[in-house]
Design a protein around this ligand. Structure first.
Ligand code: AMP
Ligand code: ZN
Length: 481
């Protein structure tokens, strides 16, 4: 498999320290607010990457942090702690906020078929390890104390900037929000490993340390969590492109300084989800969530499908119109799958041929848009329906669009409607969404039973979901408006 490596800025053959096994690390969410669908684009693409590695036959140990302390409003160690800001906004404790938004994050992931990593470690659970690593860096001469804080000394490194290939906007993240330079720093790029003093006093979570009561910097969290659960040699590190600098650059600096050898060879960065007004970000306050998509009547899996249609290294523009187009395409795809007859014997030679084709397509730098195209190719395979379904099922182990489950539901609904119709009953036609079909059918039944209040209530519920129902002879049809 070939994967673009942002550390070398080349597409390279994927390699691991232990043959057949991948140690993988993903930067997790900062849990001071809901994840927006931009964050979730990164997690979707990382999920597909992990599943594709497994499809290729690797075993994978995937580790992710939960940032529940130390991530300041500017990624360059200045400003207010994001968690404290979230707690103030909602009049709750930091730990309440962390628990609430961690649960919300995994609920969103589950709606998007994103698998939970093998290890999920909240930063607040590993403070002793952070302290040991900071102590080690001080002993090795890579860190210094100044003004109550411990800083990493970037001048001690042979090279610091590893990721040069970011545009101005990405690099600006490190110094955004008009904050002043920290005068304790010996070098411009030095960063905080441990805080005991900062510009704000009301940091809620603090721990005792050899340098006084304080809390860890954000970057040290990821290095330590990875070293603990992935070991000294990491094969693959992932995150959104805004994490490349300063966060990943600092992770490399401190991990390699501490370990005394190269740490992670391959870096996978997902480009941003943008709207017409620029990058979607939590700090801007206006952002789209999975719940909002649901409230507007979209199936969250359609958002996953939308993300898969484009390459992870290209910026993706979100608009409702784009999501509508994805909905139509996805529903058409499901209808075609639903029309396949699952009975019959699978031709294993054809299945194997299609699986190896898929590996080749996706193995070219995780080309998910080719992966989506492969679904349509499978529908055109010279094989019986059972084989086509087996190919689609196989691809869906990586793409995770619940294709066969959703198609089976449509098939069952269609069967029910046919039986209903032949019994002189009520037929629902729509855009291939079993849940909506069921509501429209319930409305028809309520009308038949002259329960008009219930029929109106269901019509309103459908309207709130953006569904328009039209009565037609023998039933009703619906569409999204
Ligand atoms: P955060 O919760 O802010 O720490 O970010 C969680 C993940 O989402 C990180 O890997 C970020 O790089 C990534 N991310 C943030 N904004 C976007 C965006 N607009 N599009 C894609 N990924 C993003
Ligand atoms: Zn990280």
């Amino acid at each position: 498999m070939y994967l673009y490596n942002s550390a070398t800025r080349k597409k390279e053959e994927f390699q691991t320290h232990t043959p057949g096994h991948v140690e993988m690390y993903t930067c997790g969410p900062t849990v001071y607010h809901f994840a927006h669908i931009g964050n979730l684009r990164s997690y979707i693409m990382e999920d597909v990457l992990e599943k594709f590695l497994r499809y290729e036959g690797y075993s994978v140990n995937r580790v992710m942090n939960i940032t529940d302390v130390g991530h300041l409003t500017s990624d360059a160690d200045e400003g207010e702690d994001k968690m404290v800001k979230g707690a103030k906004r909602e009049n709750k404790t930091v730990m309440d906020i962390a628990k609430f938004y961690t649960d919300a994050f995994f609920a969103d992931c589950s709606k998007l078929n994103i698998k939970t990593p093998e290890v999920v470690q909240p930063a607040t659970g590993l403070i002793a390890e952070f302290i040991t690593t900071v102590q080690g860096l001080l002993e090795k001469g890579f860190a210094y104390e100044a003004g109550g804080n411990v800083y990493f000394d970037t001048s001690k490194l042979k090279s610091y900037h590893v990721f040069h290939n970011h545009d101005e906007e990405d690099l600006a993240v490190g110094v955004r929000e008009g904050v002043e330079e920290d005068s304790n720093k010996r070098n411009k790029n030095d960063f905080v490993l441990w805080f005991t003093k900062s510009k704000f006093e009301d940091q809620a979570l603090k721990w005792d340390s050899p340098w006084g009561v304080g809390y860890p910097g954000w970057h040290i969290e990821c290095s330590c969590i990875s070293m603990k659960y992935n070991g000294e040699y990491l094969d693959l590190h992932c995150g959104g492109v805004d994490n490349a600098f300063p966060h990943h650059t600092n992770e490399i600096a401190q991990s390699e300084a501490y370990l005394g050898h190269a740490w992670c060879k391959q870096w996978f960065h997902v480009a941003h989800l943008n709207t017409n007004s620029g990058k979607m970000s939590k700090s801007k306050g206006e952002f789209l969530t999975v719940s909002l998509l649901e409230e507007k009547g979209y199936d969250p899996i359609v958002y996953r499908f939308f993300c898969l249609q484009s390459h992870y290294r290209k910026g993706l523009v979100f608009s409702w119109e784009n999501l509508d187009n994805a909905t139509v395409a996805f529903n058409k795809l499901l209808s075609r799958i639903a029309a396949l007859n699952p009975e019959g014997e699978v031709d294993s030679a054809v299945l194997a041929e299609y699986e190896s084709k898929f590996k080749e397509q996706m193995g070219n730098d995780l080309n998910t848009s080719m992966g989506v195209t492969a679904l349509y190719d499978a529908l055109k395979a010279k094989a019986n329906d059972a084989t086509k379904l087996a190919i689609l099922d196989s691809y869906d182990r990586v793409l995770s669009l619940s294709l066969l489950d959703k198609a089976a539901k449509i098939r069952a609904e269609q069967k029910k409607a046919q039986a209903n119709q032949s019994a002189g009953g009520y037929t629902v036609t729509g855009e291939g969404d079993a849940e909506i079909d069921a509501l429209v059918l319930a409305r028809g039944e309520a009308k038949k039973a002259k329960n008009f209040a219930e029929a109106d209530r269901i019509r309103d519920e459908l309207k709130a979901k953006g569904i328009e129902v039209t009565d037609v002879p023998g039933g009703a049809s619906w569409k999204r408006v």
